[in-house]
Design a protein around this ligand. Structure first.
Ligand SMILES: [Zn+2]
Length: 150
């Protein structure tokens, strides 16, 4: 018997157990499909039209001004708002339902009044998006959309 064969025979149980574990782990890990460059480009150009229109709509509703709007593929965030009121949005938002896009826009615009996640901040958000918690949940559960374009 060759050495390798003997190893396999001797360790058959161990190998089988190990293989089962590896396969289980692979099954659990969600497969993320990375978008092709032209698909990502399309998302960005769609976002450049879609998101600013939502910002324009919600800014007067909340009663705030804003600066520049940039579409990015930030690694971990759906959106952000700078001290100066410049807004960043993740292009992956275009893979989410419209009401989730509205939520992220409202969230960032509310930071123009409250630069934190205090109770007062969430109250502002809730006035415009009463079920904002459901949107937060959706976005948390679909963070793989962000991975798809990064
Ligand atoms: Zn925030």
């Amino acid at each position: 018997m060759y050495e390798a064969d003997r190893f396999v025979t001797d360790h058959k149980d161990w190998i089988n157990k190990h293989m089962t574990l590896v396969q289980k782990r692979l099954k659990k890990k969600k497969e993320v499909r990375h978008l092709e460059k032209d698909e990502t480009d399309l998302l960005f150009s769609d976002a450049m039209k879609d998101i600013p229109a939502r910002v324009e709509h919600f800014a007067p509703v909340i009663g705030v001004t804003y600066g520049r709007i940039t579409i990015r593929n930030q690694k971990t965030r759906w959106g952000s708002c700078s001290q100066k009121g410049n807004l960043n949005f993740n292009a992956a938002l275009m893979l989410c339902p419209e009401d989730c896009r509205d939520y992220v826009v409202v969230h960032e615009l509310c930071h123009r009044k409250e630069m934190n996640h205090s109770k007062a901040f969430w109250k502002l958000v809730e006035e415009v998006i009463p079920d904002y918690r459901a949107k937060e949940r959706y976005l948390k559960e679909h963070s793989e959309f962000i991975e798809m374009i990064t």
